[in-house]
Ligand binder design. Sequence first.
Ligand code: SF4
Length: 138
Amino acid sequence: MDEFRTVTCTVCPMGCSIRVRLEDGLPVAFEGHQCKRGPVYARDEVLDPRRMLTTTVRVCGSATRLVPARTSAVVPRDRLMDVMALVRGLCAVAPVEAGQVLCADLLGTGVDLVATGSVPASPPATPVSAPDRKEDSR
Ligand code: SF4
């Protein structure tokens, strides 16, 4: 018996809803796409779904605590939680430049985590000294 899945194509803003017919779990026919990129996307989405990851990474050595980052390519969807656990443990040392690789080959995926913003190094804030206390003259 044929099985069907519906996939929303995210390749362009049209967002076509593509109906995929599966035989033995394999995509064999597509309906609803408006260009030839749709079936390619839908096939990948059924067989090997992947996502771009956009996140932030902690920064050490700067008053700015976080730097925005994203993966250099799509990551297998079933690895995203593991990748996020790794990213949560990272701390980039300031200064950080946009385009800098913050972590290469995330968990052996072949995909890097890249900074999308810059963070300058800055000295730690100096503690504010307490005002001199007047001696109690009583
Ligand atoms: S099928 Fe083509 S037109 Fe439709 S969303 Fe995908 S890329 Fe865009």
